[in-house]
Design a protein around this ligand. Structure first.
Ligand code: HEM
Length: 231
């Protein structure tokens, strides 16, 4: 047990934890994006509302939420500890180092991109989780007994359109964060292979474009749909 805890607290242990929680959050993003695709069905939010109702009432989702919160917290905590460790072991920038020539912007700015995503997440949970649970004036979907999440989505992305802009900008940072994080998680876990690593790199780039673009398409679609139907 002692060796296990020692490994866990070591720099390597922290890196492994960050990679594992990163993989877990990547799978969450895929599930979340897939569920939210209901928004594009063009049925005035019927399928999306049924999905949101399931997400906010099913017991299994409550258990998944606890694991999700732990995953986020552990990912952020290990990132913070590793950043502190790196700053301590490299107190001065090398005089002749040319970081821009040796590494990508996303790999050098994981902390910045991650912090923007965290900032986005706090606002996002307020917009859709907190307001759905606690805001009094959310209408009920006609013919059902559940609240209208589609109405809330439209309120946030149309009436409070600045959130739509903020979401789109945050998705650019999510893309940068994923671009490096995806590949780096494989590397940390020693999943390195002459034949497969180039494929993993390409898959990482594809993932970092498709997932944030899919999310960014949601505020764009809701705003666009509103402007189109206004004419
Ligand atoms: C921009 C497009 C997005 C839209 C329209 C959207 C929409 C929603 C909605 C409606 C909910 C509440 C219902 C549900 O659980 O499905 C939700 C919850 C949540 N979203 Fe998003 N989301 C977006 C992007 C993201 C991104 C990029 C992340 C992570 C970085 C994220 C993380 C979460 C989390 C952690 C929850 C709470 C999950 C739960 O309580 O079960 N969302 N989102």
């Amino acid at each position: 047990m002692n060796w296990f805890l020692k490994t866990l607290y070591s720099t390597l242990g922290q890196k492994i934890l960050m990679s594992l929680t990163g993989f877990f959050l990547i799978s969450f993003l895929m599930v979340h994006l897939t569920g939210n695709l209901m928004l594009f069905k063009g049925d005035n939010g019927a399928a999306f509302n049924a999905y949101a109702h399931f997400m906010s009432t099913a017991d299994i989702i409550r258990v998944a939420e606890i694991i999700l919160v732990l995953g986020f917290l552990l990912h952020i905590y290990t990132a913070w500890r590793l950043t502190q460790h790196n700053q301590k072991t490299r107190p001065q920038a090398y005089a002749y180092s040319r970081p821009d020539a040796n590494s990508s912007w996303s790999s050098r700015n994981m902390g910045i991109a991650g912090s923007v995503v965290l900032f986005f997440l706090v606002i996002h949970l307020y917009n859709f989780w907190f307001r759905y649970q606690f805001q009094a004036e959310i209408p009920i979907v006609p013919g059902t007994d559940y609240k209208d999440m589609y109405w809330l989505i439209q309120t946030v992305f149309v009436q409070e359109w600045w959130f739509a802009i903020l979401y789109i900008i945050a998705m650019v940072f999510l893309g940068f964060h994923l671009a490096h994080g995806f590949e780096s998680a494989f590397q940390t876990l020693g999943l390195h292979h002459k034949k497969y690593t180039p494929l993993i790199k390409k898959l990482g780039v594809l993932f970092a474009i498709v997932v944030p673009a899919g999310f960014a398409a949601m505020p764009i679609y809701v705003l666009g749909h509103y402007l189109y139907t206004m004419q």
